[in-house]
Ligand binder design. Structure first.
Ligand code: FES
Length: 241
C-alpha cells in the first residue's frame, strides 16, 4: 500500500477542516484535539462538498440537509442515513499522508474479512472500465455477479420505460452493488445500473464469493452481517423517496 502526501499539519486549522483533490477524489482532512482524520469530501447523500458544511471539532454537519457524522468514526448521527468513507491516514514530521487502499479493502462489507480471505476475493475479482452511459445490468437480467465501485458514479433506476425513476441513492468508492448475486432465491436484477460517468468496477461472481466466504466462516458471518445492514440502508433510502 502506497501513501500520498496531502498537506502539512499546520495547514489544518485547530479543530477545523480542509478539503483537497487527490487523484480525482475530494478528501476532507479534519483535526480534533491532537488527532487528524481523513474522509470522503463529498456528502454521501448528494453531490455537496462537505468542507462547506459546519464542523465544531467533533461533529461534522452537511449544510444542505443537515446530515451529521462523528468525526472520530465517520458514523452517522441524527438525520444521517449513511456513514462517511474513512481513509487511512499517517502523520509524520508535520506532514499528513493518506494511505492508498484498494476498492476491495475499502468495501464496507469486507472491512472485517481476514487478510487471507481478502486475498482470495481479490483473486476472483475482475477489473472493468465502463464508459459514461453504459449499462452494467438491466431489470430482469440474471443476478450472477456483484460489483464494487472503484471510481466514477453509478446510478440505479427502478420501474420500466416512462415510469422509470431513480432509486434515490448514489454510490461512493468501495460501495458494493448487485449484491443479490449473494442472496438465495434472487435470480434477477430488480434495478438498472448504469454509469453516470466513466467508471471502474471490480466484478465478482456471487457463487465464487460465497465459496470463499464459506471457507472462512468468521469472515463470512461478518460480511453477511454487514451486507444485511447495507441492504436495509438501501431499502430505507429507496422507500424514503
Ligand atoms: S447533501 Fe448532504 S445532507 Fe443532503
Amino acid at each position: 500500500m502506497g501513501r500520498v502526501l496531502v498537506c502539512k499539519t499546520a495547514d489544518i486549522p485547530e479543530n477545523g477542516m480542509k478539503a483537497y483533490e487527490l487523484g480525482g477524489r475530494r478528501v476532507l482532512i479534519a483535526q480534533a484535539g491532537d488527532c487528524y482524520y481523513a474522509y470522503q469530501g463529498i456528502c454521501p447523500h448528494q453531490e455537496v462538498c462537505l468542507d462547506e458544511g459546519i464542523y465544531d471539532g467533533s461533529v461534522l454537519t452537511c449544510h444542505q440537509h443537515l446530515w451529521q457524522w462523528d468525526i472520530t468514526t465517520g458514523e452517522p448521527m441524527g438525520l444521517a442515513e449513511a456513514p462517511l468513507e474513512r481513509y487511512q491516514l499517517e502523520v509524520a514530521d508535520g506532514e499528513i499522508f493518506v494511505v492508498h487502499t484498494t476498492a476491495l479493502q475499502a468495501a464496507e462489507i469486507f472491512t472485517t474479512a481476514s487478510e487471507e480471505t481478502l486475498a482470495r476475493l481479490n483473486a476472483i475479482a475482475r477489473r472493468e472500465e465502463h464508459e459514461a452511459g453504459s449499462a452494467l445490468y438491466d431489470i430482469g437480467d440474471p443476478a450472477d455477479d456483484l460489483y464494487i465501485l472503484e471510481s466514477g458514479r453509478v446510478e440505479f433506476l427502478i420501474g420500466r420505460e416512462e415510469r422509470t425513476t431513480s432509486a434515490g441513492f448514489m454510490l461512493r468508492r468501495g460501495e458494493v452493488f448487485g449484491w443479490n448475486a449473494m442472496l438465495e432465491h434472487q435470480p434477477s436484477r430488480i434495478a438498472r445500473a448504469s454509469c453516470l460517468e466513466k467508471s471502474v468496477v471490480l466484478r465478482m461472481s456471487g457463487k465464487e464469493t460465497l465459496k470463499v466466504l464459506e471457507a472462512d466462516p468468521a469472515s463470512g458471518f461478518n460480511v453477511m452481517r454487514k451486507l444485511s445492514s447495507l441492504v436495509t440502508r438501501y431499502l430505507t433510502l429507496s422507500g424514503a423517496k
